[in-house]
Write a protein that binds this ligand. Structure first.
Ligand code: C2O
Length: 539
């Protein structure tokens, strides 16, 4: 195994998109940021220097961080932010994961522009469980705002309204030639006839799940969230923010130019949506650059059937050994809410309220004086409490047409749930129709989990357990909980630390759709969190 050293300088950088030059925050002046390439088993040492005017932290999305929670990154959860002028070195080892992950800022909305790919090749001396691809390339989906994303979220927080939606979707940082002033910079992916290539698709978008297709070409999924899958061939992918999907594509079409396109999938049920599309071009050798590319057929923005069918196709390669029996049987609602406006203020949400979001009616508030992990390890009181409820305070028809108004107002607080080392945890994630039903890509830090089942309506413990896939459920770090539906996940709490679980639609985490799992140390050194690094930033 190798050790890889990187210097990441967080800085303001002017870039030109959609006809204008904007100053955005980048790493090393690159947008998207640098691609990290390692092998399974390698160690990363990333020295982050903050030369921007904002506080920043970096998160290595999906990296298990075994016993190294200090390097996980979410601000005020595992560390205090790196202040302007400060620095911090993230050190961690890739332990057993292969495929594609990514890294992104985990402070305010900086991840809109501060992100990049993290590619994990097979362990030195071993190879892919599929024929070696001829070429490889990352395909990173993102969003672009003409305004400063930090201003967008601050304005939304001030008014209580929903934030402005982005001005474009992007592939590898470029909107593509369907947008004004963008055709010259459209991303071109060169290919040769007959070859089979590996593309690593990452949804780094802020607030939408996305469909992806390639005109004329089938895609064979071979990995998701850095776990291999049973190969499955599909005309369309669906990725929630945070999710990755590795695909093999064979160049078996007449030499030409073919669009790779992505489009948003149903943000909120029943809400009209600007289904803007972003494109890149797959260009065959000898195609002739004048050839007009073909657009693929993408599902409609509200095509839940296509999204669900895709999710069901992702399976583990062979029969898995599920952690069993379950020690912690948990039920978490995930959904929106509305808060009354403070007296003497006007709010921009529906009927003069402000938007909020919650899990089990608890709307998560980040601490500001110390990270939860530091407070937990050093016993500092007043930063968080560990009484997050194991089930919602009342049962109701979660996905019914008219959820009672008194359930719309969650409680605000900083609550975690303690788990004994090694306990087997099962969580039903139940979407709600409070205010509106919506997709929730739920991400758990520090773990991969098996997705046992997904369904629509209210989870029924009597009948739905029969639908659990105990054979080959997929292993992932982010699950797209369907609109007005549910998903069930299971994992073994074998990584001590404080782990954020949240909706990866950034506006929902801003509104409080988050909580923390606090996994206690086990016995012996190998079951114990490492001591904090000496340069851990102070608050
Ligand atoms: Cu991709 Cu909490 O993050």
């Amino acid at each position: 195994a190798e050790i890889h050293y990187y210097d990441f300088v967080v800085q303001a950088t002017p870039v030109k998109r959609l006809c204008n030059t904007h100053t955005i925050i980048t790493v090393n002046g690159q947008f998207p940021g640098p691609t990290i390439e390692v092998h399974n088993g390698d160690t990363l040492v990333v020295n982050v220097v903050n030369r921007a005017i904002y506080d920043v932290t970096l998160h290595w999305h999906g990296v298990r961080q075994m016993r190294t929670a200090w390097a996980d990154g979410p601000e005020f959860v595992t560390q205090c932010p790196i202040r302007p002028g400060g620095s911090y070195t993230y050190r961690f080892t890739i332990d057993g994961q292969e495929g594609t992950l990514w890294w992104h800022a985990h402070s305010s909305w900086l991840r809109a522009t501060v992100y990049g790919a993290l590619i994990i090749y097979p362990k030195q001396g071993s190879s892919y469980p599929f024929p070696k691809p001829k070429r490889e390339a990352p395909i990173i989906l993102g969003e672009w705002w003409n305004a400063n994303p930090i201003d967008v979220v601050n304005e939304a927080t001030r008014t209580g309204a929903a934030p402005n939606i982005s001005d474009a979707y992007t592939i590898n940082g470029q909107p593509g030639d369907l947008y004004n002033c963008s055709s010259q910079d459209t991303v071109i992916i060169p290919v040769s006839p007959g070859e089979t290539n590996l593309y690593r698709v990452i949804n780094a978008g802020m607030n939408n799940e996305l469909f992806v297709s390639i005109a004329g070409h089938a895609m064979t999924v071979v990995a998701a969230d850095a776990s291999y899958t049973k190969p499955f061939t599909t005309p369309v992918l669906m990725l929630g923010p945070g999710q990755t999907t590795d695909i093999l594509v064979t160049m078996n079409q007449p030499a030409g130019r073919y669009y790779i396109a992505a489009r948003a999938y149903a943000s909120a049920q029943g809400v009209a949506f600007d289904n803007t599309t972003t494109t890149a071009i797959l260009e065959y050798k000898f195609a002739g650059c004048s050839a007009q590319p073909m657009l693929p057929l993408l599902p409609a923005f509200n095509d839940t059937f296509a999204a669900t069918a895709f999710a069901a196709g992702i399976r583990s390669p062979t029969q898995v050994k599920l952690p069993d029996p379950v020690n912690e049987d948990l039920f978490f609602t995930v959904g929106l809410g509305l808060l009354d406006c403070k007296i003497g203020r006007t709010c921009g949400g529906p009927n003069g309220t402000r938007f909020t979001a919650s899990m089990n009616n608890e709307s998560f508030v980040l601490p500001s004086t110390l990270s939860i992990l530091q407070a937990y390890r050093s016993g500092v009181p007043g930063v968080f409490t560990d009484d997050f409820p194991r089930a919602p305070p009342v049962q109701f028809d979660y996905t019914g047409a008219s959820v009672p108004r008194e359930l719309w107002q969650p409680v605000r607080g900083t609550k975690g749930l303690k788990l004994k080392y090694g306990s087997v945890v099962q969580i039903v994630l139940q979407g709600t129709n409070i205010v509106a039903g919506e997709n929730h890509p739920i991400h758990l830090h520090g773990y991969d989990f098996y997705i046992l089942a997904e369904g629509f309506g209210n989870f029924n413990p009597e009948t739905d357990k029969a639908r659990f896939n105990m054979m080959d459920p997929p292993l992932r770090n982010t699950v797209a909980v369907p609109v007005n539906g549910w998903a069930v996940i299971r994992f073994k709490a074998d990584n001590p630390g404080v782990w954020l679980m949240h909706c990866h639609l950034d506006v929902h985490i801003t509104w409080g759709l988050a909580m923390v799992l606090i996994v206690e140390d086990g016995v012996g050194e190998l079951e114990t969190l490492e001591p904090p690094p000496a340069d851990l930033p102070a608050c």
